[in-house]
Ligand binder design. Sequence first.
Ligand SMILES: *[C@@H]1O[C@H](CO)[C@@H](O)[C@H](O)[C@H]1NC(C)=O
Ligand SMILES: *[C@@H]1O[C@H](CO)[C@@H](O)[C@H](O)[C@H]1NC(C)=O
Ligand SMILES: *[C@@H]1O[C@H](CO)[C@@H](O)[C@H](O)[C@H]1NC(C)=O
Ligand SMILES: *[C@@H]1O[C@H](CO)[C@@H](O)[C@H](O)[C@H]1NC(C)=O
Ligand SMILES: *[C@@H]1O[C@H](CO)[C@@H](O)[C@H](O)[C@H]1NC(C)=O
Ligand SMILES: *[C@@H]1O[C@H](CO)[C@@H](O)[C@H](O)[C@H]1NC(C)=O
Ligand SMILES: *[C@@H]1O[C@H](CO)[C@@H](O)[C@H](O)[C@H]1NC(C)=O
Ligand SMILES: *[C@@H]1O[C@H](CO)[C@@H](O)[C@H](O)[C@H]1NC(C)=O
Ligand SMILES: *[C@@H]1O[C@H](CO)[C@@H](O)[C@H](O)[C@H]1NC(C)=O
Ligand SMILES: *[C@@H]1O[C@H](CO)[C@@H](O)[C@H](O)[C@H]1NC(C)=O
Ligand SMILES: CC(=O)N[C@H]1CO[C@H](CO)[C@@H](O)[C@@H]1O
Length: 393
Amino acid sequence: MRSIAILLAAAIALFTVHTATALDQKLYGLNYTPRKGQDYMPLKKRCKNATEIDADLAKIHALTDRLRIYSLTDCNTAALVIPAAQRANLSIWVGLWVGPNNTVYAEEKAAFTSLVAKGLVNNNTLGVHVASEAIYRKDINVSQAITNYNEIKQILHDADVYIPVTVTDIADTYIAYPQLTKAVDIISANSFPFWENVVPEVASQSMYNRMYPLMLAAKKYNKKILISETGWATNGSSAGASVASSQAGVTWLNDFYFLAKTVSWDYYWYSSFDQPWRHVEGDNTTADVENYFGLYFNNGTLKPEFATLNFTQRVKIVTKMPVPKQSTAAPVAVATAAPSPVVTDASASPAPVVPSVPVVTASVASNGTNGTEPHKKSKILSILEALIRGWMF
Ligand SMILES: *[C@@H]1O[C@H](CO)[C@@H](O)[C@H](O)[C@H]1NC(C)=O
Ligand SMILES: *[C@@H]1O[C@H](CO)[C@@H](O)[C@H](O)[C@H]1NC(C)=O
Ligand SMILES: *[C@@H]1O[C@H](CO)[C@@H](O)[C@H](O)[C@H]1NC(C)=O
Ligand SMILES: *[C@@H]1O[C@H](CO)[C@@H](O)[C@H](O)[C@H]1NC(C)=O
Ligand SMILES: *[C@@H]1O[C@H](CO)[C@@H](O)[C@H](O)[C@H]1NC(C)=O
Ligand SMILES: *[C@@H]1O[C@H](CO)[C@@H](O)[C@H](O)[C@H]1NC(C)=O
Ligand SMILES: *[C@@H]1O[C@H](CO)[C@@H](O)[C@H](O)[C@H]1NC(C)=O
Ligand SMILES: *[C@@H]1O[C@H](CO)[C@@H](O)[C@H](O)[C@H]1NC(C)=O
Ligand SMILES: *[C@@H]1O[C@H](CO)[C@@H](O)[C@H](O)[C@H]1NC(C)=O
Ligand SMILES: *[C@@H]1O[C@H](CO)[C@@H](O)[C@H](O)[C@H]1NC(C)=O
Ligand SMILES: CC(=O)N[C@H]1CO[C@H](CO)[C@@H](O)[C@@H]1O
């Protein structure tokens, strides 16, 4: 009996060790949606309720102090998630969804106006994005995006609230339309080396190189860059994308963490929880990888590979312009000159450097390494190939 008790205790201790609920480092921020089902499903199956949201945010608070949402109306997000974030001591960055017709934006704008009037969006709100990749999706054009942006800016101005406002889109959209960079308070760019068929080991240098034109534009217009989404799928597969695996996801989290630190980007990781509803069997419009971008499984367990990651600076980024000071986050350029509402930089805490891990210097990164089936080769070979391609590039 006694030995069974000891065995049980040992098993419980082991289990406890292996179900870590935090990461080795705090992240700057996380993206979050209270969705749990598809558009056509009834509310209870489509949307998490207040209890489920509270449970999610309590978990998330172990990883970060900042949450970013996409819509105010979908799943009643504003009414449910904003107060839940307050309860969980999470600061919040709010988003307005913009779709192919004006209906959604009109509803979002009405919800936003009401939140501002009630003081629920205020000087302590981290920021606001008007649309998420709507230009990329061709739902709206750039001038419409800027018009919407100006409307939201005006609502805040009328209420004497001064927080950064922006339009979220993929980095390439910002690069293609400098007027967008010129218009917004802060650049809000989504960037996923995952979708570019990049070997994970060189993805941070690859992202730096891809972002470089935008960094030049940011400098020209004196705007800060926020990475509003980046992440890596841990399961599934998608033609033309990088390999999706827990190991690749961990490599990207680790390397992106240090890239962001090196170049002083604030960021929101995509995403918190797996979303198995995004791709269902037989749907040929999305890839199954869409379901597996979470740090947590759908059941709320932190994926073990993330839980046991010891953040280690492995890649030395070759920078092409002076690196901003790391100690102080650059001030957010809000056109109306109010101070940035960002309070602390949790992501700036020092990380242990393990000397035994070889430093990879991806001098000039690959653009993505397709054409070589990198996943079937050894990692070392793939890195070498990427480097060689980089030199030729
Ligand atoms: C919230 O959803 C969970 C899971 O579906 C359910 O067990 C719980 O009863 C719901 N709570 C409320 C208040 O509806
Ligand atoms: C939130 O912060 C307050 C004040 O620091 C603290 O008393 C409270 O326990 C915190 N709550 C949670 C859920 O972390
Ligand atoms: C506008 O788009 C939404 C979905 O984005 C759709 O539900 C609605 O029917 C559309 N309305 C019109 C008038 O096309
Ligand atoms: C942009 O979209 C708006 C609204 O649909 C339209 O009125 C305008 O003509 C478009 N502008 C350009 C340059 O295409
Ligand atoms: C990985 O993806 C496959 C195929 O979509 C799925 O059947 C499996 O349950 C997933 N595994 C995990 C751990 O999510
Ligand atoms: C996707 O599925 C639909 C419905 O089954 C079918 O009509 C369509 O041809 C498919 N598209 C592709 C690219 O396979
Ligand atoms: C949660 O889901 C993962 C992946 O399917 C599984 O490995 C794990 O055992 C589950 N955890 C719990 C507590 O159900
Ligand atoms: C991570 O580092 C801590 C302390 O630095 C150590 O106790 C732990 O074993 C390490 N974990 C792994 C997975 O290497
Ligand atoms: C928001 O902050 C700005 C700058 O500190 C201040 O001028 C303004 O009065 C504040 N607004 C409110 C509603 O407190
Ligand atoms: C990236 O490199 C591959 C392999 O060299 C090449 O085929 C492809 O055209 C390049 N793509 C871009 C966007 O430069
Ligand atoms: C976008 C693209 O070209 N993807 C290809 C990358 O390489 C693999 C393996 O050769 C192909 O299967 C993909 O189609």
